[in-house]
Design a binder for this molecule. Sequence first.
Ligand code: GUN
Length: 285
Amino acid sequence: MAQIIDGKAVSAAVKAEVAEETAKLRDEKGLKVGLAVVIVGNDPASRVYVNNKKKACEAVGFQSYEYALEESTTQEQLLDLVNVLNRDDRVNGILVQLPLPKHIDEKAVINAISPDKDVDAFHPINVGKIMIGEYSFLPCTPAGVMRLIESTGTDITGKQCVVIGRSNIVGKPQAMLLLQKNGTVTICHSKTKNLKEICLGADILVVAIGRANFVTGDMIKEGAVVIDVGMNRLENGKLCGDVEFESAEKKASFITPVPGGVGPMTIAMLMKNTLTAAKQQAGIE
Ligand code: GUN
């Protein structure tokens, strides 16, 4: 039976580290850390995420600045706000909550955020830096996954790592981070043939495909570390991951639950990136 990886505990440890350093910066250098969060429209899931980000800012001692804009906001208005925030010295990090309403081009907005304040690490400059291993910010979810794998004591070097999912936000950067830790990495997706055989070879399996209970126990190698990035809502209202937990935990050595696994890590890593941004802007790191 697998050991459950406690994402809440690991994320609490990351946030405690950030809070300690934030207090030290304030006391020793008079530095305040600020995160601007922009939300456009009324998507209920986005509202919950933004509220959680605000709460996390308070918990670690950051200033948070929320900009809640109407659904009808034009792209030009949003770009104007991003430009104001780029120049605002109180703001060390800028996060524009996605998805944006359909009439706004997400790429144009991401490209407008100053790479120095891009705490999501979505800007092409930051994406490129990840490719060459010279990054300041790591995208929050893949960075959180790495921290969870680390918490199991697993050495990634030489291991067969399989990532299911190829999104720009999770799958692709996840593969790069595992590669940087000397994993032998395979990226699978909806068109992959022999998916089951490939998964059965995985010592470390990261699943981010966005389909409820997609990976079942018979696809998992005995003793594998299984990380479930999925967050799906079933018709009965219950949350579930991309991995069928009951059958998977019988095969894995370590497994993340949903909720309480990767989810809390994303916000903790956002706090870490915002602190990094503040230090860099102050010339400290
Ligand atoms: N929407 C869902 N996840 C994220 C995220 O990590 N960052 C942003 N900006 N929007 C999101």
